[in-house]
Each structure stands twice: as structure tokens, then as C-alpha cells.
Ligand binder design. Structure first.
Ligand SMILES: N[C@@H](CCC(=O)N[C@@H](CS)C(=O)NCC(=O)O)C(=O)O
Length: 220
């Protein structure tokens, strides 16, 4: 049995969810809100001492790290689609795009998100400007890579697309206009129409609505 510890508002969790949905695998979703101190303590003590999500459990195996989870799922289960292309070069390229997506898009989108959560007087405008600049450089690179391509590799959706798309979609909510990167915008349109991604977005919407209604109750 597969179990995924995750949260829809965690971009790295979204990577794992997209992989599970793309492959059509049954799993037990364990919604883990690490902002709740009691949940955090229980999770750290009983599940993952590093206290990070996503985290996959499969029979006797425990698999941390979103990229490794995607590779694990793809290696263990044939499922409905193959996410890591065959061959040393193609699989290396898929990992390369995954790394670029994690390090240069998702990390920057998360940094902007957490900066935006701070009270206005505690925010660092210099950090925001530097992070936006760096994100724009990375998006420019993806825009070039996507010239004449439907997806990043093999003209089909693979692991190569997952982290970059999660990162680019995150940045589009953090002050970046993807229309400035037409190849990226067109590719995101294709990615966003996939049932796996739509399902994840529905979960994000539900989590945001739940958060909003909780904060409305606590403000009453
Ligand atoms: N490199 C890890 C990053 C995992 C990560 O940082 N997850 C965030 C959520 S997106 C988290 O667990 N944050 C909780 C914390 O740091 O306390 C991966 O790709 O899975």
C-alpha cells in the first residue's frame, strides 16, 4: 500500500501528487499540516525526523524527497504513463529539468510566498526584488528551452515538466506575468489542462478555502 504524507499548499507535495495521478496509482493521502504544532511534533516523532513533506511510505520502504518519490513511483509501477524517460541521457535531462525547477523556480516562488506572509513592515523589499530578478532569469532560460517544443522532453509530459511547471505556476501568483515568457505560458496552458494537474489545483483551492473560512471564524 502506498501512503503519501503531503499538503496541497506545499509545492513539493504537488510534484508527488501529480506523479501519482499521472500514473493512476491508488494511495492513501495523509494530509499533514506542518503549521499545526501538534501535527508537526507527531510527524517528526513517528514518521519523518527531518519533518519535511512530501514523504512516501510503500510497504517496508520510506521515500523522502519529491524528485526521488517520482523516480521511485516510476521505477516500481508501470501505471498509466512513464515519467522518467528511458536511457542515460534522457533520464539525466529529466533530472536536470527537475533540479532547475526545484532550485530556480519552486525555491524562489516559496521564498516570495513566505516573504509575502510577513507583516508589511517586516518584509525585505531588496530580497523580494532580487528573488524576482533571479526567477525571471530562470523563466527566460525555460522560455528558450521550450522554443518549438510541446513539453520539455520527448514531446510528451514527463518528470522533466513537473517541478518546472509547479514552480512557474507558483511564480505566476507571486508577481510574475508568464505572458512575458510566451513559450512558458503556452506550455503551462498544456500542463494545466492535464487531469492530474486539474485535480491538484482543485485540492489547492479547497485547502485555501478551508484556511480562509478558519481565519474568518478566528477573527469573529
Ligand atoms: N527537497 C525537498 C523539499 C521538501 C520541503 O522543503 N518541503 C516543505 C514543503 S514544500 C516542508 O516540508 N516544509 C516544512 C518545514 O520546512 O518546516 C523535496 O523536494 O521534497
Amino acid at each position: 500500500m502506498l501512503k503519501l504524507h503531503y499538503h496541497p499548499l506545499s509545492p513539493n507535495s504537488r510534484k508527488a501528487l501529480i506523479a501519482l495521478y499521472e500514473k493512476g496509482l491508488d494511495f492513501e493521502p495523509i494530509n499533514t499540516n506542518l503549521f499545526d504544532p501538534a501535527v508537526r511534533e507527531a510527524y517528526r516523532t513517528h514518521t519523518n525526523p527531518l519533518c519535511k513533506i512530501p514523504f512516501l511510505e510503500h510497504d517496508d520502504h520510506v521515500v523522502p524527497e519529491s524528485s526521488i518519490i517520482i523516480e521511485y513511483l516510476d521505477g516500481k509501477f508501470e501505471g498509466d504513463s512513464q515519467l522518467v524517460p528511458d536511457g542515460v541521457d534522457a533520464s539525466r535531462q529529466a533530472r536536470f529539468y527537475d533540479r532547475l525547477g526545484d532550485l530556480y523556480l519552486i525555491e524562489r516562488s516559496s521564498a516570495l510566498f513566505f516573504e509575502g506572509m510577513k507583516p508589511a513592515e517586516a518584509q525585505d523589499p531588496g530580497l523580494v526584488a532580487r528573488t524576482l530578478d533571479a526567477a525571471r532569469v530562470a523563466l527566460g532560460l525555460f522560455n528558450k528551452e521550450l522554443t518549438g517544443r510541446t513539453f520539455l522532453l520527448e514531446e510528451r509530459f514527463t518528470m522533466a515538466d513537473i517541478a518546472p511547471a509547479v514552480g512557474a505556476m507558483g511564480l505566476s501568483h507571486q508577481g510574475i506575468d508568464l505572458a512575458d515568457y510566451p513559450n512558458v505560458a503556452a506550455w503551462i496552458g498544456r500542463v494545466a489542462s492535464r487531469p492530474s494537474v486539474q485535480r491538484v489545483h482543485a485540492e489547492v483551492g479547497a485547502a485555501l478555502a478551508a484556511m480562509a473560512s478558519q481565519s474568518a471564524v478566528s477573527e469573529d
